[in-house]
Design a protein around this ligand. Structure first.
Ligand SMILES: [Zn+2]
Length: 454
C-alpha cells in the first residue's frame, strides 16, 4: 500500500466521523474519496506473464476479481472495469517509473505528476516478475507481494474530487502455485479494493490464530499481520459484510440510504476526554462474528495518508494545527439488532499502522460493550441491544472506558468462547474452483514464497 505521497496536510477535526477503512479522505469535506460511483474504470495490463500464468490467464484472473467487486451489493454503485488493451512495453526494473509512482497527484496540476501513466490518467495493472517494483519502490521499507492504490485524483490537494486513475502491481507469488489460485484471486481482490479506496480494517482479532475461523476475517484485513493464521486462504476471494459495508459507503446507490442504518457515537476515557484510535465494532446479534462492522474512533487523515508503514505524523502536524483528539465513530449497518463494543488493536503490525510514534494505540481501560447505563464504573460485560431500522440513525451510542490511563493488564479485546454461537451465514469460502474456470492445469510445481500483501 501507499507509503509515501507527495503532499500531506491538514489536521484532525473533532467533527470528523469517517472511518478507519477508507484510504482517502477529502480534507475539506471530510468525506471518504472513491471513484465516481458507477463510472467505468478503463484499465491497461502489462503484456508479460504473471508467475506461472500466461498473460491471458492472468487477465482472466484479474477479470474474475473485478467481477467480485462489481457484484458487491445492490446498494453499492461500484465502478465497472473495462479492459482497454496491453501496455506497449513489458514493465520491468528499467521502465517502471513510467507506469507507477509512490506519489499521488491531481488533475489540477497533471503535468507535475511523477509518472507518464499518471499524466495520461491511465489505470495500469503491472506484473512484477522479479519483485523489483514492489520491493525497491512501492514497499521499499517492508517488502510486499502485491500493491494497489489510487494514482490520480480530480481537483487539487485541498479539495480533491474522485479517483481518476489507479494501479495494481502483482508479484509472482500471486500465481506461483496453481493449486492455490483462489488465494491469488483473493490477493487481487484485496489490491483492487485499495484501488477503489478501501483501507485495512481490524475485525475479529479473537480469531486471528484460529485457521478454522478464517472466513470471518474480511478480505480487506491486513494479511501480513503476524498471527493471522490463514488470511491468505480461499476466504479472501469472497467479500465479507465489512468489505461490502465500506463499498456501500464509498459508492452509495440511490436506494442505499433508505435501506441502511447508522450507529454513531463517541468513545471517552473515564475522565471524559476523547479516546482516539479505539476499534469500535457493531455486531449483528443474529450472526455476530460474520455480520460485524468495524471503525476506528476519531481517525481521519488527509488525502493519501494511508496507514500502512506511513508515518502518520503528517495527519496532524502540518499547518501547525497539532492533534485534535476525537473519539467519534459512525458505522453504517444493515437493519438489525446490534451490540457495540470497543477494543484495542492488539496486533502490533496493525497498531503501528494506526499512529506510529504519535498517539499510543492503547486502550485507556478494558475492552467493553456499550450499555444503556454506560459509565466508567459498570462491568465491561454488561451490554444492551441497539435496534436499527432502515434509514435510521442511532446517535449518542457513547462508551466511557473504565480508566483514563493505560495499565499493563488491561483487557484488550472481548474474548469469546467456543460455546458462543459462531454462525457464518454470509461468510463462506468462495466455492468456485478458479483453476477449473480458467482452464488452468494444477500439475505445475509450486514456486513457493508468499510475502506480505499490502
Ligand atoms: Zn492491503
Amino acid at each position: 500500500m501507499k507509503q509515501y505521497i507527495l503532499i500531506l496536510f491538514l489536521l484532525f477535526s473533532p467533527s470528523s466521523l469517517w472511518a478507519y477503512n477508507f484510504l482517502y479522505i477529502n480534507p475539506t469535506s471530510r468525506e471518504p474519496i472513491g471513484w465516481e460511483p458507477g463510472t467505468t474504470i478503463h484499465y491497461y495490463v502489462d503484456p508479460g506473464p504473471l508467475g506461472l500464468l500466461t498473460n491471458e490467464q492472468a487477465r482472466a484472473l484479474i477479470r474474475a476479481a473485478m467481477d467480485i467487486w462489481e457484484d458487491t451489493s445492490p446498494y453499492a454503485n461500484v465502478p465497472h472495469f473495462q479492459y482497454e488493451g496491453l501496455l506497449a512495453e513489458d514493465v520491468n526494473s528499467s521502465n517502471y517509473q513510467d507506469f507507477v509512482s509512490r506519489g499521488t497527484c491531481f488533475t489540477s496540476s497533471i503535468s507535475s505528476c511523477p509518472s507518464q501513466a499518471q499524466r495520461d490518467i491511465k489505470t495500469v495493472i503491472i506484473f512484477d516478475n522479479d519483485g523489483t517494483i514492489l520491493n525497491r519502490e512501492l514497499c521499499s521499507l517492508t517488502g510486499c507481494g502485491a500493491y494497489g492504490d489510487a494514482q490520480v485524483f480530480s481537483g487539487d490537494v485541498s479539495n480533491p474530487g474522485y479517483i481518476v486513475s489507479g494501479t495494481v502491481v502483482l508479484g509472482t507469488f500471486v500465481a506461483s502455485d496453481l493449486s492455490t489460485i483462489n488465494n491469488s484471486l483473493g490477493t487481487i481482490v484485496h489490491e483492487l479494493g485499495h484501488m477503489l479506496g478501501l483501507a485495512h480494517p481490524a475485525l475479529n482479532q479473537q480469531f486471528y490464530s484460529d485457521p478454522t475461523k478464517s472466513t470471518l476475517i474480511p478480505t480487506m484485513e491486513l494479511s501480513s499481520a503476524p498471527g493471522i493464521a490463514d488470511f491468505s486462504g480461499n476466504n479472501t476471494s469472497s467479500l465479507n459484510p465489512d468489505d461490502i459495508d465500506g463499498m456501500i459507503q464509498l459508492y452509495p446507490s440511490s436506494t442505499s440510504s433508505s435501506h441502511m442504518g447508522v450507529i454513531s457515537g463517541e468513545i471517552f476515557k473515564s475522565d471524559g476526554t476523547p479516546m482516539m484510535y479505539a476499534n469500535v465494532i457493531a455486531r449483528n446479534e443474529d450472526d455476530p462474528f460474520c455480520e460485524a462492522y468495524s471503525m476506528l474512533s476519531g481517525r481521519i487523515c488527509p488525502l493519501g495518508s494511508h496507514s500502512l508503514t506511513l508515518n502518520m505524523s503528517s495527519c496532524f502536524d502540518n499547518m501547525g494545527g497539532g492533534i485534535v483528539e476525537s473519539g467519534k465513530f459512525n458505522i453504517l449497518v444493515p437493519p438489525g439488532t446490534y451490540t457495540l463494543e470497543v477494543e484495542e488493536i492488539t496486533n502490533q503490525t496493525l497498531a503501528s499502522v494506526v499512529a506510529p510514534g504519535l498517539v499510543e494505540p492503547f486502550l485507556y481501560g478494558d475492552a467493553e460493550f456499550w450499555n444503556l447505563e454506560d459509565s466508567a464504573t459498570e462491568d465491561s460485560s454488561v451490554k444492551s441491544s441497539i435496534s436499527v431500522t432502515a434509514g435510521e440513525t442511532k446517535e449518542n451510542i457513547n462508551i466511557t472506558l473504565n480508566r483514563s490511563s493505560v495499565i499493563a493488564d488491561r483487557i484488550k479485546y472481548i474474548s469469546y468462547t467456543t460455546t458462543d454461537s459462531i454462525t457464518t451465514t454470509h461468510c463462506q469460502s468462495n466455492p468456485t474452483d478458479y483453476a477449473t474456470v480458467l482452464g488452468l492445469s494444477n500439475s505445475a510445481p509450486s514456486a513457493g514464497g508468499c510475502s506480505l500483501i499490502h
